[in-house]
Design a protein around this ligand. Structure first.
Ligand code: PMP
Length: 430
């Protein structure tokens, strides 16, 4: 595979941008290679600057559920663009997307748009703290909620990938207000939440974890969390930045039938443009400025292009049968992966899948929390990543991320991806 252009751009980028990248995992360090620079993408395919083409299973880390440059999304952006790109004043598209989001997500009565998932989660915990008058945030080991100070405690995603426990620059005074507990452990959860000395404002969870690789909630875990937080007057926040509009139009809350008090969104609701959102009950959301005292603002919040891309995406997702078709494709693909793993790497892999998000962990498993995810053989994942890249398959450059199926991938392309997986697994077995 020719990579001259990418290499030359990476050399330049490293002089100008820390590590040559604007988000750490993109540097591909943990899989032992340099990043490829992308020229363009369309549908299920992504093309690098050297002209290599790949079948994309990263989907920009989740947003591109329709594939890249979906005609309806492009048309909406182009149409909106002609009338200006940012107003700093309310515009009709914000109302349109708010209606779509509120109609889709069962627990959301009011929503506020921001510009990233990080802003959404950061604002949601401020709201929970302001509303309850308490300080402590409970999160789960291996979950990632963006890079705000309070969340960089036993966090997932790049924080695991780069092997750092937290982050310098986050004051101990802030970290002391974050408690991180194991995912899927109802006993520790109950003990923690019932400890009245702790002054707990909220619990934030990825209802399906995607940032330690995909880890599903054990049956009943989310219900237990809901029951306990209701009883104890603790605000329950679902971080649906990945799962929102991915598992169902109504996200994980619809999928599992468990309603949080607040929901954080991002990725898909922006249709590939920078968006985040947080929403919830009318009572909670009316605590936000300018109605209530909890302050939160944004120059580009409700950006018309992002609103247009999000609304166009949501209209596609709302078409009858969309999620059933995606589930069927994802299930077939996962079945193929499992068969190959059993044939070539028996007892050495665990496939976790919920809907169109999945992770093949290189460990005998089961993978149910951060500690079990950490058993995965990351060197083996690195080898698999490189072997797949060589064969034109674009995977996440870390074991601790999700593989996403998009509506743009054809059955034929998924079959091809399985053939390439077979070649890679055969080599790994040697
Ligand atoms: N929450 C979750 C569950 C995420 O996966 C991410 C990003 N991967 C974030 C929050 C942060 O979103 P952003 O990168 O847009 O700030």
């Amino acid at each position: 595979m020719k990579t001259d252009q990418s290499q030359s751009l990476f050399a330049r980028a490293q002089q100008l941008i820390p590590g040559g990248v604007n988000s750490p995992v993109r540097a591909c360090k943990s899989v032992g290679c340099d990043p490829l620079f992308v020229k363009k993408a369309a549908g299920s395919k992504i093309q690098d600057v050297d002209g290599n083409e790949f079948l994309d299973f990263v989907c920009s880390w989740g947003p591109m559920i329709l594939g890249h440059n979906h005609p309806a999304v492009v048309e909406a952006i182009e149409k909106t663009l002609r009338d200006g790109t940012s107003f700093g004043a309310p515009c009709p598209l914000e109302v349109e997307l708010a209606e779509l989001v509120i109609n889709a997500l069962p627990s959301v009565e009011k929503v506020r748009f921001v510009s990233s998932g990080t802003e959404a989660t950061m604002s949601a915990i401020r709201l929970a703290r302001g509303y309850t008058g308490r300080n402590v945030v409970v999160k789960f080991d291996g979950c990632y909620h963006g890079h705000a100070d309070s969340f960089l405690v036993k966090a997932g995603s790049g924080v695991i990938t780069l092997g750092i426990p937290g982050s310098p620059g986050v004051p101990a005074d802030i970290v002391k207000n974050t408690i991180s507990i194991p995912y899927n452990n109802p006993e520790i959860l109950e003990k923690t939440l019932r400890d009245t000395k702790l002054d707990i404002a909220c619990v934030i969870i990825e209802p399906v974890a995607g940032n330690m690789g995909v880890v599903a909630p054990n049956p009943g875990f989310l219900q237990t969390l809901r029951t306990l937080t209701t009883e104890l007057g603790i605000v329950l926040i679902f971080d649906e930045v990945i799962t929102g509009l991915r598992l169902a139009l109504g996200g994980a809350q619809e999928y599992y039938g468990v309603m949080p008090d607040l929901t954080c969104l991002g990725k898909i609701i922006g249709g590939g443009l920078p968006v985040g959102a947080y929403g919830g009950t009318r009572e909670l959301m009316d605590t936000i400025s300018p109605v209530g005292p909890v302050y939160q603002a944004g120059t580009l919040s409700g950006n018309p292009l992002a609103m247009a891309a999000g609304a166009a995406t949501m209209r596609q997702l709302a078409q009858p049968g969309f999620y059933a078709a995606l589930e069927e494709k994802s299930a077939r693909f996962a079945q193929g992966m499992t068969m190959l793993a059993e044939k070539y790497l028996p007892g050495q892999t665990t496939l976790n899948r919920v809907g169109s998000m999945m992770t093949a962990f290189f460990t005998s498993g089961p993978v149910v929390d951060f500690d079990s995810a950490m058993q995965a053989d990351t060197a083996r994942y690195g080898q698999h990543f490189r072997q797949m890249q060589e064969q034109g398959i674009w995977l996440a450059p870390s074991q601790f991320e999700a593989l996403f199926i998009s509506a743009a991938q054809s059955e034929g392309e998924l079959a091809t991806a399985l053939e390439k997986t077979e070649c890679s697994f055969k080599k790994l077995a040697k």
